[in-house]
Design a binder for this molecule. Structure first.
Ligand SMILES: [Zn+2]
Ligand SMILES: [Zn+2]
Length: 434
């Protein structure tokens, strides 16, 4: 999640665009949110204080499953895509099926917040001892969704259809060598039987105040790829470069030339990023090493742009290493696809957001180059992913994935109201016959 620029919505929320048949239902949601908010915020504290890394969300999943069972859910399935939990809530009226997703994983970050429920958990990650922290707000997402479960279960007789609650592991990516996250959940059939006709998700946003909601129609978050390049030369004495093939020079040329993909090979208005994050090699100042290692990320939206970056990357490194007399190995790993909000669904649901917080508190967000594996769900069924303001007045939160990231408790009931209303409005707008 990265910081998008925002612009206020002015014209979208014309009265009558989305006629609400029963205003009383909103009051029912509000009353239920008020009733459950305190209990859900306590659960948020427990989740925050006991963060678990991707594919290791054992306690969190147990807490989730226990909560859903206590609400009388029709089905609760654990162990989906390792530690995922899926709950089915059947309403008392006939109708369609809708899904809602929250992610549960934390990050290897050492918490530095004034929260009384701050995490002191430590673990080993990739051979290093690290703190563990909910530094992206997934504790808020999980708590909000548990709250939505409480709200909707309390009014289930009035719900026309079925709500599938998906609690997902490993959104930030599974540990190296493991599978996980939304991709694995979809492959394990989480969207089958019953198949939802739409899916909803939310994400806390570190530069948005509590009480504010944001969304994008169409492109929302970028595709995330990862590449590694091994540039192979021949080792030599630093004083006699003519006896070797210098991979440092070839790698340096490659880093610079890769930036021309964005500036020279792609249209200027087409979003893309090529970042080399690691450049490693050499052992001593007077030795030309035998190889260099480059590693980085590519962010794109359009599939053709993604293809073009991969192709040009290969051509550029091939050309440079051929000219330098060396060779190379490029591994281009396609990760999460772009998250695209279904435009028709976004248009249909935006008035609900405005009703929940007021149209002056809803922001239309520009697409960002961060990624989100909600994309795997939204590629299967129409998806709507929106942002939840999380910064309390007078507080300055650190950015996502930093030790000072501070999502405020008061965002939890706002998220509960927004998501409960979205799911209800969606189901009520659907045909009741199957
Ligand atoms: Zn994150
Ligand atoms: Zn996140």
């Amino acid at each position: 999640m990265h910081t998008p620029t925002t612009r206020a919505v002015t014209t979208l929320f014309l009265a009558g665009l989305f006629p609400l048949s029963a205003h009383g239902q909103d009051a029912a949601v509000d009353a239920a949110v008020d009733r459950f908010a305190e209990q859900i915020i306590e659960l948020r504290h427990r989740i925050h204080q006991n963060p678990e890394l991707g594919n290791r969300e054992f306690q969190t999943a147990a807490l989730v499953a226990e909560h859903l069972r206590s609400l009388g859910f029709d089905e609760v399935t654990e162990g989906v895509a390792h530690t995922g939990v899926v709950g089915i809530l059947r309403g008392g009226l006939p109708g369609d099926t809708v899904a809602v997703r929250a992610d549960m994983d934390a990050l290897p970050v050492t918490e530095d917040t004034p929260f009384s429920f701050a995490s002191t958990v430590r673990t080993e990650y990739l051979g290093q001892e690290v703190g563990v922290m909910h530094a992206c707000g997934h504790d808020i997402h999980t708590a909000v969704q548990l709250g939505v479960a409480s709200v909707l279960a309390s009014m289930r007789e009035e719900i026309p259809g079925v709500v599938k609650f998906i609690f997902q592991p490993a959104e930030e990516g599974p540990p190296p060598g493991e599978e996980g996250g939304a991709d694995l959940m979809v492959r394990e059939g989480v969207l089958d039987a019953p198949r939802p006709s739409a899916i909803f998700g939310l994400h806390a946003l570190a530069d948005m105040d509590v009480g504010t909601l944001g969304y994008s129609s169409g492109p929302a978050l970028a595709a995330v790829d990862h590449f590694t390049i091994r540039i192979i030369g021949r080792q030599a004495h630093g004083a006699y470069p003519e006896l070797g093939i210098d991979p440092v020079v070839m790698a340096s040329q490659a880093v610079m030339a890769l930036q021309t993909i964005r500036s020279r090979n792609l249209p200027a208005l087409e979003p893309s990023v090529v970042t080399v994050g690691i450049m490693r090699g050499g052992t001593r100042f007077n030795i030309i090493p035998d190889e260099m290692w480059l590693e980085g990320t590519v962010r794109t939206y359009a599939p053709e742009v993604r293809d073009a970056v991969e192709r040009r990357m290969d051509e550029i490194v091939a050309g440079i290493t051929a000219a330098g007399g060396g060779s190379y190995e490029l591994v281009y790993d396609r990760g999460t696809p772009a998250t695209i909000n279904d435009p028709a669904l976004a248009e249909r649901m935006a008035p609900t957001l405005a009703r929940v917080v007021g149209s002056d508190k809803v922001r239309v967000l520009d697409p960002v180059m961060g990624g989100e594996d909600f994309a795997y769900f939204a590629n299967e069924v129409p998806g709507f992913f929106f942002r939840l303001g999380m910064v309390a007045p007078g507080v300055e939160s650190g950015g996502h994935h930093t030790p000072t990231f501070q999502a405020d408790d008061s965002s939890v009931p706002v998220g509960m109201r927004a998501m409960s209303n979205l799911l209800l409005d969606y189901l009520r707008s659907r045909p009741t016959t199957e």
